[in-house]
Write a protein of this length. Structure first.
Length: 545
């Protein structure tokens, strides 16, 4: 039972963790209740929650300036006015005249119909977080809300945001990239977990009932045992009395026999005396008294015999009573064996329930750590495993390299050939990564078409060779389905893991910068992050065009 309670607690904690994740990223069901304009405003507030201003301490509140018109936009912002982010409220202002723009705006929201003003506002105000409804050129891009089939997606330019001194939390990177897909998967896992918790609850109830029955059986068994031992004592006492009585009866029978013999002798003597009566009248009186005496003795003997007969009858009754007790003992023994049988059956059921619990537990662990599409580690478990490796390297002073891999122009694959083939491409690239890794390397799918790998006991030169080989293998691999055949390429960013870092995320951010460079300098290539004075990634290798 103790084990069962422990396992239940672990399951409930895991469930609470999943629910927490859903709270950090507001659920799609909430979005579904909002109209498109309210959804954009909702995401704007969510973005503010995930970004920190360099001088945020000195801001009394967040001032949002709205440029341009859209029906219901200002009202939707006004409804969120009371929301507080890190203790600060929002002040909403409409900007009709661009010449009055000033530094006091923390956020400038450009509506879709004024998106053309983005370039001017971007260069004029370098301290504000500019959020634009619709796509803009990447040079002047900070954050865009892109509407795609009635859904709003967040696109961001990390480089430009960082240059303005903003700090972006990792949650926003999730939120901006593959939020919808992760959310669907989390929902699916949440409902599976709820089912598992309900099943475990059922099993525990069954166990509780069986435990109660077992306690009841044990109590009955103890009670019957006490009764049995009392009966045994009684039986032993009766047996001793019976033996004593048998002995007495035997003695009495022998005495009766002896007395019968005496009577016979007396009768014989009487006959002789009667014979002599006539001849010896003087002796009659004496003989008569002898006869009286003998008759008295005879009466006494008869009384004694009657008494002994009664005693024998009472002994017979005792024997009948003892036979009744023997039947009771037999019945109690039968009940005892039935209880033993149910005890063994209950134990067997308890063992079966324990085994089922173990299987559920291992399934739960697999669901929590693995990405369903590729069977690689999922994002959360990869971060956890990589953080552990960083701590190990701090102790052993070994070296490792972080690799970020992203499929090039993957959106085109989805748009041209459809999502099922897109999924197949994600699986094929994952298989190539798995085949290329060593036993002790870690590889995970961070989301969408992005993967990460941690190469253990490896320097940056060896890692670059591995990365170039990966690019080559992916670009040479033909992916075929029905009549379609295509090839894809990947871009790779590398960064050595710095054991001075406190969090593995710092190395991941550097590798991500190098990946961004690989993308912006043409894709299908490897870029390593080198720690030069400008903290800029340096292009080390190019591969196939
Ligand atoms: N088929 C499929 N598509 C996904 C999955 N996760 C994300 N996507 C899609 O992947 C695409 C990613 O596109 P972008 O982020 O614009 O990047 P890209 O087209 O690869 O362009 P670059 O990375 O800049 O080369 C989006 O269209 C997502 O809908 C998935 O699990 N399966």
């Amino acid at each position: 039972m103790k084990h069962t309670r422990l396992i239940l607690r672990v399951i409930i904690l895991a469930n609470l963790f999943v629910i927490n994740c859903l709270l950090i990223f507001p659920a799609n069901s909430q979005e579904a209740e909002l109209n498109l304009t309210e959804t954009k405003v909702h995401y704007t507030i969510e973005v503010v929650k995930q970004i920190r201003w360099p001088d945020e301490q000195s801001l009394p509140h967040f001032v949002i300036g709205i440029v341009g018109h859209e029906r219901g936009l200002v009202e939707a912002f006004e409804q969120r006015k009371l929301t507080r982010v890190r203790g600060k409220a929002f002040q909403i202002e409409r900007i009709d005249d661009l010449s009055i723009l000033s530094d006091r705006y923390s956020i400038i929201y450009i509506a879709r119909n004024k998106r053309s003003l983005n370039k001017q506002i971007f260069s004029q105000f370098n301290k504000a977080l500019i959020i634009v409804d619709g796509r803009v050129g990447s040079q002047e891009q900070l954050i865009n809300l892109v509407t795609d089939r009635d859904r709003v997606k967040i696109k961001l330019n990390r480089e430009n945001i960082s240059q303005r001194g903003f700090f972006i939390s990792a949650n926003l990177l999730d939120f901006a990239g593959t939020r919808e897909d992760l959310s669907d998967e989390l929902k699916h896992r949440d409902s599976r977990l709820k089912e598992l918790v309900a099943e475990v609850g059922e099993k525990e109830k069954e166990l509780g009932v069986l435990d109660q029955k077992l306690k009841e059986s044990t109590r009955l068994l103890d009670f019957e045992k006490q009764k049995l031992s009392k009966n045994n004592l009684l039986l032993e006492e009766n047996q001793a009395q019976l033996t004593q009585l048998e002995k007495e009866i035997k003695d009495s029978v022998e005495e009766i026999k002896k007395n019968e013999q005496d009577i016979a002798n007396q009768k014989k003597l009487m006959a002789q005396r009667l014979q002599e009566v006539r001849e010896k009248e003087s002796e009659v009186a004496m003989l008569q008294s002898n006869i009286d005496l003998n008759q008295q003795v005879l009466v006494q003997q008869q009384v004694r015999i009657t008494k002994q007969k009664k005693t024998i009858e009472s002994r017979d009754e005792t024997i009948v009573e003892q036979q009744g007790w023997m039947k009771v003992i037999l019945f109690v023994s039968l009940v005892f064996f039935i209880m033993i049988y149910f005890l063994l059956k209950t134990n067997r059921l308890r063992r079966k329930a324990n085994n089922e619990l173990k299987q559920l537990n291992s399934k739960l662990y697999e669901l929590a750590t693995t990405d369903g599409l590729t069977n690689l580690y999922n994002r959360r478990y990869f971060f956890e495993a990589a953080q552990k490796e960083l701590l190990r390297e701090k102790r052993t002073h070994s070296h490792s390299v972080l690799m970020m891999i992203d499929i090039d122009h993957f959106k085109n694959v989805n748009d041209t050939y459809g999502h099922p083939l897109g999924d197949q491409v994600i699986r094929v690239v994952a298989d190539i990564l798995k085949a290329s890794m060593r036993e002790y390397d870690i590889v995970g799918r961070l989301g969408g078409e992005e993967y990460a790998m941690m190469l253990m006991d490896c320097d940056i030169n060896q890692a670059t060779e591995i990365a170039v080989r990966l690019c080559k293998r992916v670009s040479e691999r033909e992916i075929a389905s029905d009549s379609i055949s295509l090839r894809v390429t990947v871009s790779i960013g590398l960064s050595p893991v710095n054991i001075e870092d406190t969090d593995i995320e710092q190395s991941i951010v550097r590798a991500d910068k190098a990946l961004y460079k690989a993308k912006s300098s043409g894709r299908n290539r490897v870029v390593t992050f080198s720690d030069d004075i400008n903290h800029e990634p340096v292009i080390e290798k190019f591969v196939y065009k």
